[in-house]
Design a protein around this ligand. Structure first.
Ligand SMILES: Cc1cc2nc3c(=O)[nH]c(=O)nc-3n(C[C@H](O)[C@H](O)[C@H](O)COP(=O)(O)O)c2cc1C
Length: 420
């Protein structure tokens, strides 16, 4: 019986353990988590979502304060079009976050950065170009293009000296999205080095509509694999979404996957950025608490726990400090929803906005509990302690469980000695 360790992911000259820990935005996939994946010979992701905030937190910088000071005059204004990112500061924050992570890398694995196109930042092209160029300058091993079709993203970095040497990949949820991407980027004379195929059971935003349950990862994987073969294109495929055990991973590897991308199992690792009380909510979640809704202002469906504090919260938009979801015209659908409730409920101190959420503020505060479909199975991956809480795992434990387990088994962590 095969196990994940019997396979290797080949990327250029590199041979890696075929386990990729997916990017989890706003520092849920921390540098510590990504560094563990690299140390163990796999691939880890950090994310550049809200990178100014993350750099402030990690390095005691003041990027958010500076931006808020600059735009404070606009806080009460419903028109946010003047709120722009300083591109120099954005590059500096990215350099700090990515550069310090790369400096700390040990082992044979790789560290990639997850770059979401939907972070439009009131100047989509300019900010995405700066984010990717700064990450390449800071020595990142690769960039995974996420949350968007990225039809122009390769062109934004084609003049960068590392454009052909860094690993560049894209996340797609359909054959059509991949075909479009390859067609539109053909001019740059560069194919992606890997393609992550993300199915409907993943965490975060979904590349499907609210009919997500009608799709399944294995079918999309087979379609994309067949098309690439017919086109004589040899691009490593990395399925993601709902791969919960080593055996789940092996079934894809035996069918020709180059690696698997996983995330949910690592949300309860000590190295993950979620606060421990939130991790305990993930452990305790039941199946009926996992929902997919449309409250993200990106317009993509998002999966989250139904008891997430972000749902129904009506916090004032905080675009002068954050503003990552402002589109090219300075609009965000949360601002419209918030202003509608404000007008309908004059004088009410704590508003409730049910149809949209202030994604920036809620993610920043870890109050938006986005999660994968199988979060309700996390309780089977650890031990329950006497006080009813669950033991957090080490990233190494989870990684090794994927790497070495067979028979759909999940290894529990060592029992901890309870003080007498
Ligand atoms: C808490 C959480 C946050 C996530 N955030 C992002 C993100 O910011 N960008 C992204 O491309 N994918 C995101 N994902 C998707 C993962 O990177 C990964 O592809 C997917 O969840 C794998 O499926 P699994 O969680 O069932 O293992 C997130 C997943 C989780 C669980």
């Amino acid at each position: 019986m095969k196990r994940v360790d019997d396979f290797r992911l080949r990327l250029g000259k590199k041979e890696l353990v075929p386990i990729v820990i997916g990017g989890m935005g706003v520092d849920i996939s921390t540098a510590e988590l990504a560094l563990e994946a690299a140390r163990l010979g796999g691939v880890g992701h950090i994310s550049d979502a809200m990178v100014n905030t993350v750099a402030d937190r990690r390095f005691n910088a003041k990027f958010v304060k500076d931006k808020l000071r600059q735009f404070k005059f606009n806080v009460a204004n419903t028109d946010k079009s003047v709120v722009q990112f300083d591109l120099g500061q954005l590059a500096e924050a990215t350099k700090m976050h990515v550069g310090k992570t790369m400096e700390a890398k040990r082992g044979e694995g790789l560290i990639f950065v997850n770059c979401m196109e939907k972070l439009t930042m009131n100047a989509p092209k300019e900010t995405l170009r700066v984010r990717m160029q700064a990450a390449l300058n800071a020595g990142v091993d690769g960039i995974t293009l996420a949350a968007g079709l990225h039809l122009g993203s390769f062109a934004l970095i084609e003049d960068h000296p590392r454009f052909r040497d860094a690993k560049l990949g894209i996340i797609v949820s359909s054959l059509r999205a991949l075909q479009l991407f390859i067609r539109k980027t053909a001019r740059t004379n560069r194919l992606p080095d890997y393609v992550v195929i993300e199915g409907p059971l993943a965490g975060g935003h979904l590349g499907f509509g609210m009919d997500w349950a009608e799709y399944d990862l294995a079918t999309i994987f087979a379609e994309i694999q067949a098309w690439l073969r017919a086109e004589h294109l040899d691009i490593p495929l990395i399925p993601a979404g709902g791969i919960f055990t080593g055996s789940d991973a092996v079934s894809y590897l035996e069918n020709g996957a180059a690696a698997v991308q996983v995330a949910t199992r690592f949300t309860v690792a000590r190295e993950c950025g979620l606060p421990e009380d939130v991790q305990q909510q993930y452990f305790k979640a039941s199946e009926d608490q996992i929902e997919v809704n449309l409250i993200s202002p990106t317009g993509y469906p998002m999966r989250m726990l139904s008891n997430s504090p972000a749902i129904g919260d009506g916090i004032r938009p905080n675009c002068e400090a954050y503003g990552y979801l402002l589109d090219a015209n300075g609009c965000c659908s949360y601002i419209a929803a918030y202003n509608r409730e404000l007008a309908a409920n004059p004088g009410v101190k704590r508003l409730s906005v049910k149809d949209k959420t202030c994604l920036c503020t809620q993610m920043r505060n870890f109050d938006l509990w986005t999660c994968g479909h199988y979060t309700y199975r996390l309780k089977d991956t650890s031990r329950r302690l006497e006080d009813g809480s669950f033991l957090l795992l080490s990233a190494e434990h989870v990684f090794h469980d994927y790497q070495y387990s067979v028979d759909n088994k999940i290894a529990l962590p060592e029992e901890v000695a309870v003080p007498a």
